[in-house]
Ligand binder design. Structure first.
Ligand SMILES: O=C(O)CCC(=O)C(=O)O
Length: 290
C-alpha cells in the first residue's frame, strides 16, 4: 500500500471512519486553523525551548518532550473536539456493551477519556523510533476492538526527512505474532496545522531527522473510559486548568463516570466536583471543637 489517505477537514465523518477502519490511519488537512496554531506555539514553544533532550533510546536522545499539555495551554478545545477526531473516536470506541442487571438486559455505552498528551520535537540527528503499538500499554491482544484513537497535530511541517511519523497502514489488522518491519512503514508528510489520526493497534514511530529544522508535533490520545489513563490527568492538570475548558473537554479529562459505575466520587458524577470548591469530603465531626 502507498501512503495514508488525505481528507479535507469537512469530509463526512462516515467516510473518515471507513478509512480508519480499513487503513488504521488518515491525514486530515488543515485540522487546526492558523490562530490556534499560533496560540499553541505561544503557550508551548517556551516549554519546548527550555526542555532538554529525553535521556533514553525509546523517547529519543535528540527529542524534546513536554507533557501535561492541558495544564500548559487552554487552547486545545478546537483540536480535541474536532468533529473528525472526536467524532471518529466516539464512533469507533463508544460501542454499546450489553450486561444483565438482575433480569434486565441493559445496553451501556462506555465513555472515552484523554489518556496521554505530549508535544514532541525531533531534532537533527535523532534516529527512527522503534515501531510500536500504543495500545500495547494496556497489554491487550490483537486483532480486537479499538481502545485508542490518537491524533498527531503537526505544529511544523512534517516531511520524510525531518521525522514525519512512520506508520504501517493496515497493521491494526495484524495479530500479535507478526513483527513490524521498517520497510513497511511510510513517513507522514503533512503541513503545519494538519493532523494524523490513527488507531491504537497501528504500528508507528517517530521518524529520524536528517535536516536542520526540528519537527514539532502535538499528540493527544483518547482511550476507552474503562482503562487506566496513560498520563495521569488528575495529577497533570490542576483543577483550575481543567475549569478553563468547556464541559465536554472537562469530561474527557476524566471528570466523568464510565457506565455502569467507574470513577465516581462520593457515589456521584465527579463532574460535580468542578462546580464546587470542595476538594475533600467533610470529615465526620470536623466541625466539632476539641
Ligand atoms: O513523534 C512521533 O511522530 C511519534 C512518537 C511516538 O509514537 C511515541 O513517542 O510513542
Amino acid at each position: 500500500m502507498t501512503g495514508l489517505q488525505r481528507v479535507a477537514p469537512d469530509t463526512e465523518l462516515d467516510e473518515v471512519v471507513g478509512i480508519l477502519e480499513r487503513d488504521g490511519g488518515v491525514i486530515v488537512e488543515n485540522l487546526a486553523d492558523a490562530a490556534t496554531l499560533r496560540g499553541l506555539w505561544e503557550d508551548l514553544g517556551p516549554h519546548l525551548d527550555a526542555r532538554g533532550y529525553s535521556g533514553d533510546w525509546y523517547n529519543g536522545t535528540r527529542t524534546r518532550r513536554v507533557s501535561s499539555i492541558f495544564a500548559r495551554t487552554a487552547r486545545l478545545t478546537p483540536v480535541v473536539t474536532h468533529p473528525l477526531y472526536l467524532g471518529a473516536a466516539r464512533r469507533i470506541m463508544q460501542k454499546p456493551v450489553h450486561v444483565w442487571i438482575g433480569r434486565s438486559r441493559t445496553a451501556l455505552v462506555p465513555t472515552i477519556q484523554i489518556s496521554g498528551t505530549q508535544a514532541i520535537q525531533i531534532h537533527r540527528g535523532q534516529g527512527r523510533q522503534p515501531l510500536h503499538r500504543d495500545d500495547a500499554l494496556h497489554l491487550r491482544r490483537h486483532p480486537g476492538p479499538t481502545s485508542r484513537v490518537q491524533l498527531m497535530l503537526a505544529m511544523s511541517d512534517f516531511t520524510a526527512a525531518n521525522g514525519g511519523t512512520m506508520v504501517i497502514p493496515g497493521s491494526h489488522h495484524w495479530d500479535d505474532e507478526r513483527a513490524p518491519r521498517v520497510e513497511e512503514a511510510i513517513p507522514t508528510e503533512m503541513r503545519a496545522g494538519s493532523g494524523l489520526i490513527w488507531l491504537g493497534g497501528v504500528y508507528h514511530g517517530g521518524g529520524g531527522n536528517t535536516t536542520d529544522t526540528p519537527r514539532t508535533g502535538l499528540t493527544i490520545a483518547l482511550d476507552l473510559g474503562n482503562l487506566r489513563q496513560e498520563e495521569n490527568q488528575y495529577l497533570a492538570v490542576p483543577r483550575e486548568a481543567v475549569r478553563a475548558y468547556p464541559e465536554e473537554v472537562r469530561r474527557l479529562l476524566g471528570y466523568d463516570r464510565c457506565p455502569p459505575g467507574l470513577g465516581w466520587y462520593e457515589m456521584e458524577d465527579p463532574y460535580a466536583l468542578l462546580e464546587s470548591d470542595e476538594s475533600v469530603p467533610a470529615r465526620a465531626g470536623a466541625s466539632e471543637t476539641r
